[in-house]
Structures are given as C-alpha cells and as structure tokens.
Design a protein around this ligand. Structure first.
Ligand SMILES: Cc1ncc(COP(=O)(O)O)c(C=O)c1O
Length: 383
C-alpha cells in the first residue's frame, strides 16, 4: 500500500454550520443594549438536554470533567484521612481529585477483558476509611453498573462514575447518567462531543446532591429566598453562554457521531481479528460510546516492546498513536506521594501494552484499511 500519514487528532466532535449559527446567535444577542454573556438561559437548556439524554433527574454543567469530579469530592466532604478507590488505568485527574482534597487514593485492579475497574477487586480494597469509589467507563465501554450498585447497597459507599469518555453510552439499551450517586462527563476538545474546547457535566438522580454541586460551582450561592444567601465556600466553575449554546448543537448530533465511530471501530476489529500479536478492544458496537480504540500488544507473544511497535508504526508507516494511559502511579506527582503498582498486576501489564489507534469521527473506511495494513506490516517487520 502507498504510505500516507494518519495523524492522531486533537479533535473529537465535528463542528458544522449548526455550531457556527449557535455562536453567531449568542454574539448577536450580546451586541444589543441588554446583551451580556451570563450563561442563562442556555445553561438551563443545556442542563435539561443532558439530563434527558443521559436518563438522569438532573444535570449540572461545569467547565470540565476535572471540576465536575472536584465538585463531587467536595459535596461528599472527602478530606484527609479518607480513602477513595479508583482504577490505575485512567487520566490523572480521576485519581488527583481525591488527593487534592487531602484524601488517599487506593488503586484497585481492572478486569482483564473489559479493562474497566473490577467490582471484586474494589471489594478487596474497602476499609472503614473508604468514602467513595470512582469507576471509569474506559474508552466509552460501560462499567459493571450492577456490580457497583451491589457494593453501595451492602456498604453505603457512594459511586461517582468518571464518564469522561462515555456521553451517549448505554447499558441494556438504557442511558447511564442516573446510575451510582453521580456521573461526571467531559466535553473537552478531543471528546465525542465538545463545547469549543472545554466543558463538563454532573448528572444525578439525587436532588440534594445536585443542589450541593450547583452551589459549589457558583460561589456557594442559594437562589430563591427573599435575599441571596451564601451557604458554603464555593467557586466559579461555570461554562460560558457560548459553550452551552454549542453544547446543545453538539448533543443534537452526538447519536449519529457515535454510530459513525462504532462502525469504524467495528471495521477495524474485523480487519485485525486474525492478528494474534495484539489483543483487540472489547465491546465496540451498540451501547459503547466508542470514544477511543485501544489495543494491547500481546507482549507475551512478540519479541518487541510496545514503544518499539509505536515508533515503527509512526516512522515507517506514518500512523500516529496515543497512549491511554500510563498507570497513574507512574506520574511523578504520585511517585512523590509513595503510590505503587501494589495489588494491581493486571492494570500494570495493560498499561505497558496499550496503544490507541487513530480513529475519530472524521476517519474514513480507507483510513481504517490503511491502519489495519500498517499494524500488520509493523508486526511482520519487527518479528
Ligand atoms: C477518563 C478521564 N477523566 C477525566 C478527564 C478530564 O476531563 P476534562 O479535560 O474535561 O477535565 C479526562 C480527559 O481527558 C479523561 O479522559
């Protein structure tokens, strides 16, 4: 095949005329004598649309998934002396959010097939200090929701889902935003839908928790009484009006974009199904949000390392890849705090094997064919 470049794009969603018109509309209104950029009413409309889309009673929009997780940790009063359990195979802020409140993060191992946090492994790590569990719907594949519900039923420990990858994912045909105590979403620029660079949301069925989170994201304000009250120390984690308006146009086309991604990822799995040197991702297809396509190099079967595979694919075949993720404990900040791989051998191995192939909503079937060919050729060259 003729060599061509397949970049690893920083853009997840697709922008079009609809998004442009939403921006122009907000700016046009702001030009008028009463114009301003205070988020209402777009914020309320976007929140209602997310709650409905994700099957939750309430959605609160914030400026990132990181701040969504922070609000949840603060609303749960996570503090020094507490423990919060999560997966090591995640973006740094899933773990950092509890550490930022002075708590200790405890890593539990992942399921070897789905690569999601294993409820059984979590159970083994629960102590009387455990105050929350943060599973991640890794790549957009829904976690074992029933397994985590059971833990909450038995122990009372709340579950906050990191759903950064998973807007639009479904479990048995149902949206997932009402599961656990809350779910935290990201609309940052590489996600399946984006809000001009940054954005996030918290969904929940617990109206008291929703109100607490809403206060935390807006200076601790309570509205509606005879006068404005400030009941807690809060912050300004609001999204802008322009971002909320674009969030609405993005959400309207999300379903189509996910199906496009699912089809591309299914086609890649089909093209690679007989390549035993790699472990294909589990579960792409209906229900999966298909945010990223993460293979594992079967390091037990090949004579080369993951970095060698990645650099050959790039240097010889111009296919650029990502890494989701290095294990959280390998980051300097976590090393300094004494975190290790202890108790997580499956995640430790997976983090050394993962390679994210460049599949996005804008990828074509020709690109898929080329990527599959380049992966196979790389393995053949290096074996
Ligand atoms: C699993 C996971 N959690 C949280 C985040 C943070 O999202 P944001 O950039 O919106 O803060 C990301 C972002 O990439 C992520 O991948």
């Amino acid at each position: 095949m003729k060599i061509r470049e397949i970049p690893f794009l920083a853009m997840g969603g697709e922008y079009g005329q609809d998004d442009l018109e939403a921006v122009i509309n907000v700016v046009t209104q702001a030009i008028g004598p009463k114009g301003n950029f205070f988020p209402l009413p777009e914020e309320n409309d976007f929140q209602d649309a997310i709650a409905e889309h994700e099957g939750a009673e309430k959605a609160i929009v914030v400026n990132s998934c990181g701040t969504a997780l922070d609000c949840c940790m603060m609303a749960l009063d996570i503090k020094p002396g507490d423990e919060v359990i999560t997966t090591p195979l995640t973006f740094v802020c899933t773990a950092g959010t509890a550490v930022a409140q002075g708590a200790r993060i405890v890593f539990a191992d992942i399921d070897p097939v789905t690569m999601n946090l294993s409820p059984e492994a979590v159970r083994a790590r629960i102590t009387e200090k455990t105050k929350a569990i943060i599973p991640v719907h890794f790549t957009g594949l829904v976690c074992d929701l029933d397994g985590f519900d059971k833990i909450t039923e038995e122990t009372g420990i709340p579950v906050i889902y990191d759903a950064a990858h998973a807007i639009g994912a479904k479990s048995n045909g149902q949206p997932i935003g009402g599961r656990g105590l809350a779910s935290c979403y990201s609309f940052q620029s590489n996600k399946n839908m984006t809000c001009l660079g940054e954005g996030g949301a918290i969904t929940t069925n617990d109206l008291d928790f929703a109100e607490k989170v809403r206060q935390l994201k807006t200076f601790g304000y309570v509205y509606g009484g005879p006068s404005l009250r400030v009941v807690d120390i809060g912050f300004n984690y609001r999204m802008t009006k322009v971002q909320c308006a674009v969030g609405l146009t993005q959400l309207a086309k999300l379903g189509q974009l996910i199906v496009k991604r699912q089809n591309l990822m299914l086609a890649l799995s089909e093209a690679l199904h007989d390549t035993h040197e790699i472990i294909l991702p589990y579960g792409h297809g209906p229900g999966h949000a298909s945010h990223i396509y993460v293979i594992r190099l079967n390091t037990d079967e090949v004579r080369f390392t993951t970095p060698e595979f990645v650099s050959h694919l790039k240097n010889t075949y111009k296919v650029f890849t990502g890494k989701h993720y290095p294990a959280v404990w390998t980051w300097e900040a976590f090393q300094k705090l004494g975190y290790t791989s202890e108790g997580c051998p499956i995640a430790e191995k997976a983090c050394e094997q993962v390679v994210t192939l460049p599949v996005f909503a804008s990828t074509t079937m020709d690109d898929i064919e080329y990527i599959a060919w380049a992966v196979k050729a790389t393995i053949q060259d290096l074996q």
